[in-house]
Design a protein around this ligand. Sequence first.
Ligand code: PAF
Length: 312
Amino acid sequence: MRITSTFAETRDLARGGVGLVPTMGFLHEGHLSLADAARRECDTVVMSLFVNPLQFGEGEDLARYPRDPEGDAALAEAAGVDVLFAPQVAEMYPRAPLTRVTVAEMSERLEGGRRPGHFTGVATVVAKLFAGTHPDRAYFGRKDAQQLAIVRRMASDLSFPLQIVGVPIVREVGGLALSSRNWYLSPEERQRATALSRGLMGAADAAEAGVTDAAALTQLVWDEMAAAAGVEPEYAALAAAEDAAPLDVLDRPAFLAVAARVGPARLIDNIHLDPAGDGFAADRGVELTAPSLLYREGRGRPYVHAESLEEG
Ligand code: PAF
């Protein structure tokens, strides 16, 4: 594996069909599943590792976002990544960018309503990664369902000649969706946070049994979260997979999304509901059978449970 810091070096090393796996580092099994998918389908796997300041709002956790560059390099190499592109801010943003990419309307919904500017930061950096690394395919987790929809739309609107691939959520033992920020949670908080996925799985059962009323499905998730000590639900919503627009009835590919605060972190999770036969089938993701490598001895810096941290 080669580690690069410029777009030019990265392009020089890419041969044949190129698969891009964009990340902000502090890798876990969710990122590695993206790399696995890219390894199976592409000649060269490029993973980017860049904590993008543009997508963090004021008061969010940019300064304390967990980092482990050496650990990430070892994990990326073991996952078969060919090129690890780890640029400095000066390579990504040589000047404060006057040009920003905004996917209108879609960026205002759900997470966008709570995190103004977040999706403009995401779409801008992802467009730069596409323009600078020339991938044939790019891999994103279904965990960030709205981000996936926005990236798909941005790539189509701007005619990037590539395919966007959505990869199922990877869950910790017990169901909590993997996120680098789970590392902020104490073991007890992680246990409490399983209310999100428990609620979603209950709603998935109902949707597969034929319930299509959005209010009924979201109520199931909300009740499970609200009943859990230490979990403060923020929203539960059914949205169209294509554009994250709110749905009253499950009548097309959709995702049921939740956000909640647990201890110092704000967590998001979802299940995708895809048409199957006469009804819908839920993509529940895959669950690990052993503790995530996020909690491996020596990862990241010690963290004091003090401030509120946002999903990013
Ligand atoms: O999902 C993430 O980790 C980030 O939003 C991404 C896509 C790498 C852009 O910074």
